[in-house]
Design a protein around this ligand. Structure first.
Ligand code: CJW
Length: 836
């Protein structure tokens, strides 16, 4: 282990870092590549590993980022800029190289430089591991936000955890999901810079001691704690074509020096190593849960570790320039909490201000509630975080005391507003009483924040009407909506160069940083020649996707067929099951000879199930079994192909979205907070089949109902129907659904595995089925028929495709960030100093 002793301080010469700017031309790139490859990495022409070519290229690109990184930081410092910090347990970054080249303006010259060396960029880029430091939409959203903030020149820093193991790798064995560890750092990560000079110390356990300070004021202090170190690793976040480079700072846990010395010397070698391991375990692995909480102690340790390290880092920087004068701290800093995962920030900021910086409660509370803002990402009860009071008491005793005090003061405010309403006080308490009292983290986040937002219009409305209604009545001014987006750099310009090229040829390149300009494509939907070229690009992208499907799944997708795609985490509320019921229905139609006017279809489903989520895992198995029966049936042939695409991840989506015709967004209405895959597909010219859920509603508003295949109950109708839901009657009255259920129940898809789908079948037939699969089946079928009919009319389909891209301007995270900045952060855009 690296030693964390202080190194001797140097007095650097003023011109130590004063260097001429690096060349941005092919020749300079070639020269730097050779130097890194030969000297720094020590390879020669006998080396056949793409990894070293990749590393040499990255080191050259990183140098160019480094110049701009410093120029950006100096400009922020010179402007004494107000800054925002995006705190998230997840940043699902995917690969960095392609995006860095695009944003630096090197996507033309880098491939040329490599060509000079007899290398191919596409091949070399494949050597990069995805940084899979997130589960799904919430983690990818954080990554898109960073890209947009840099592009908008907003001083925003991401704070997260440097997991040693990211999202597990998924393989499929006999149709079952098998998880493998993702040791993404094994070959090193050339994008990160370790910064031991900014290490922070994080406490766990111990107890609080009260004492009188020199002014005679009673204060708390956390003693007898077991501490770990938080070591920061910085990753550069370049803006698009603007010289800005922001920072993503990821924390790694390490044992403190005391562990090593004290216990080694006491002859407790194994104990010392074990303690060291425990410290380093904190950032070992990402919890693979999406929209369901784990309740594990290690997860709470991760959350507090991130919150404390990040807050201390910002406070230390503040003190470095302002000393102990915090009078303008709230004016200059704002923290955005990505869901409740970093909500330990509320009591931790109070603790730091009171115990370490000698603030009284009221002043500390004023600063805390003026600097924290909270984003909610889900209404699902199983995702709402609650931690046992007991766990807080042993792990974070000082925080628990502060939470109790926050609760007492805030419940007094509730009592003043609603005198005598003890039921409401019980309901709104930060502590849920019961045999195992729990801390309600969402309530803690609301009470400690000046802003609370949902992630799509419907979701934000449902929050104020349901889950957070009491709080909305108390503080209506805190609540607001911020509809999600995705970054058009990665999700259109980067992943779909052919379409991007065609678009730029017609409307110029301005759309990349101003996506509303895509609206200028709309009139071109009437131009037959343009439609022809659009269709040709889509076909090329479908061929590319078909090659990937062939490589991964050994199944032939014919590019003439309708490519029907659902990729996202596997969850009952997302209803991959409804999709597969439709697939079974199509198969049934082929088998009973009802294939007049048939439209060939290739169905792709992909996504990971949380390892402990058995129902989700059964759904994966069902999809695989159905796929096998269908793909092997010669009577079906090219009419229908079905695959479960393994290990769905950011890099796979970069091929999937451009090659998709029909985007499946079929969650039970009211359950999907926003969705962001829906936006990636739309941008790439896919047409959506979807329910009135999350951002689908806004997508349909933008594109017009004639360019969207709507089906299913609305959120209100779902609520209403729940009371009298009777799937048996629905199945009995619907011949198509009855036949689908019959095929499932007679074991047609599990001939040698009796009973394995019984739980799925029972769920569909259960009047308590939360996801109401049977209720939406008929309406889904009809929408699918319409989609097939529209696809048959190729002109009509291409028009719809163009209009979807043209209407996707709202779903850029540039717009989302402008909204956050206008209503919550209020930062100034700061231009970086020029790299001379
Ligand atoms: O956030 C996306 C939305 C999407 C929503 C997702 C979300 O489902 O509709 O587009 C971006 O706003 N993810 C989570 N909640 N909502 C989420 C993710 C990971 C989690 C978690 C909730 C991990 C844990 C708990 C809850 C855990 O304990 O490991």
């Amino acid at each position: 282990m690296m030693s964390r002793k202080e190194t001797k301080a140097l007095t650097p010469l003023p011109n130590l870092t004063d260097l001429p700017p690096l060349g941005m031309d092919v020749h300079s790139l070639v020269e730097d590549f050779r130097r890194y490859y030969t000297y720094t990495l020590g390879r020669d022409r006998h080396c056949r590993s793409a990894h070293y070519a990749y590393s040499a290229l990255v080191l050259g690109v990183r140098d160019r980022l480094m110049e701009r990184w410093k120029a950006t930081r100096y400009a922020y410092e010179a402007a004494d800029a107000r800054q925002a910090y995006y705190l998230s347990l997840e940043f699902l970054m995917g690969r960095t190289l392609g995006n860095a080249l695009l944003n630096l303006g090197l996507s033309g010259d880098a491939p040329l430089a490599l060509q000079c060396l007899g290398l191919e960029l596409e091949e070399i880029a494949e050597a990069e591991h995805d940084a899979g430091l997130g589960n799904g939409g919430l983690g990818r959203l954080a990554a898109c936000f960073l890209d947009s903030c840099a592009t908008l020149k907003l001083p925003v820093t991401g704070y997260g955890i440097r997991y040693e193991y990211g999202m597990f790798r998924q393989t499929i064995v006999d149709g079952h999901q098998v998880e493998e560890p993702d040791h993404w750092l094994r070959e090193g990560n050339p994008w990160e810079i370790e910064r031991p000079e900014y290490i922070q110390r994080i406490r766990f356990g111990g107890r609080t001691e009260f004492y009188r300070d020199r002014d005679g004021v009673l204060r708390g202090r956390w003693v007898d704690s077991r501490d770990v170190l938080a070591v920061p690793f910085d990753i550069p976040i370049p803006g698009y074509d603007n010289g800005t480079v922001n920072t993503l700072r990821l924390w790694k846990s390490e044992a403190t020096e005391e562990f090593d010395l004290g216990e080694f010397n006491a002859g407790l070698y194994p104990e010392s190593v074990a303690a060291k391991n425990a410290a380093e375990n904190i950032t070992m692995v990402l919890y693979p849960n999406d929209a369901s909480e784990s309740g594990k102690e290690l997860r709470l340790r991760q959350q507090y570790f991130l919150a404390s390290a990040s807050l201390q880092d910002v406070l230390a920087r503040w003190i470095g320039t302002n000393g102990e004068d915090f009078s303008r701290f709230a004016e200059k800093n704002v923290f955005q909490l990505n869901d409740t995962h970093p909500s330990c920030c509320v009591p931790e900021l109070m603790r730091l201000l009171m115990d370490e910086h000698r603030f009284g409660w009221d002043q500390a509370w004023k600063i805390t509630t003026a600097t924290l803002a909270y984003t909610n990402h889900t209404l699902l009860p199983e995702a709402l975080e609650k931690w046992p009071v007991r766990l807080f008491r042993t792990l974070l005793p000082r925080l628990l005391e502060i939470i109790y005090e926050i609760n007492a003061r805030y419940l007094a405010e509730v009592a003043r507003r609603w005198p005598g309403d003890t039921e409401r006080q019980r309901r709104m308490s930060l502590i849920e009483e019961g045999p195992e009292p729990m801390v309600r983290m969402a309530y803690l986040a609301i009470v400690g924040s000046f802003s609370v937002n949902g992630v799509a219009a419907l979701h934000s409305r449902l929050l104020t009407e349901g889950l957070f209604r009491d709080f909305y009545e108390l503080w209506p001014e805190k609540f607001n909506n911020k509809t999600n987006g995705v970054t058009p750099r990665r999700w259109l310009a980067g992943c779909n160069p052919a379409l991007a090229g065609l678009i730029s040829e017609k409307i110029g390149e301005g759309w990349v940083a101003d996506l509303f300009q895509l609206a200028r494509l709309a009139p071109l939907a009437d131009d037959p020649e343009f439609r022809e070229r659009w269709a040709e690009v889509k076909r090329q992208n479908k061929e590319h996707l078909a090659r990937m499907v062939k490589d991964e799944c050994r199944i032939d997708f014919h590019p003439d067929a309708l490519f029907d795609v659902q990729v996202k985490r596997i969850h009952e509320y997302k209803r991959q099951l409804l999709n597969i019921l439709h697939v079974i229905h199509l198969y049934d139609r082929i088998k009973r000879g009802e294939s007049d006017g048939w439209v060939d279809r290739c169905v792709l489903i992909g996504g990971k199930a949380a390892p402990g989520y058995l129902m989700a895992k059964s759904i994966i198995k069902l999809i695989n079994n159905v796929a096998q029966v269908i793909n092997e049936d010669p009577e079906v042939g090219g009419k229908l192909k079905v695959v479960f695409f393994p290990d769905y991840r950011v890099t796979a989506m970069e091929v999937i979205a451009p090659g998709t015709d029909l985007s499946e967004q079929i969650s039970t209405a009211g359950k999907e907070a926003s969705g962001t895959g829906n936006m990636k597909f739309m941008m790439n010219g896919a047409v959506t089949i979807g329910t009135l859920d999350g951002a689908n509603i806004e997508i349909r508003e933008e594109v017009g109902d004639e360019n969207f295949f709507l089906f299913g109950l609305s959120a209100e109708q779902v609520q209403e129907r729940r009371r009298s839901y009777d799937p048996e009657t629905i199945i009995a009255a619907d011949d198509d659904l009855r036949r689908v259920m019959q095929l499932l129940e007679c074991g047609h898809f599990n001939q040698f595995e009796p009973g394995i789908f019984d739980a799925i079948i029972a769920a569909i037939r259960n009047p308590g089925d939360m996801w109401m699969t049977a209720a939406d089946f008929r309406s889904y079928l009809e929408a699918q028929r319409e989609a097939a009919a529209a696809y048959k009319d190729r002109e009509r389909w291409t028009r719809m495709s163009i209009l979807n891209t043209a209407a996707s301007g709202k779903f850029s995270t540039d717009r989302t960030m402008i909204d956050y900045n206008r209503d919550i952060w209020r930062l100034e855009q700061i231009s970086p100093f020029p790299v001379k």
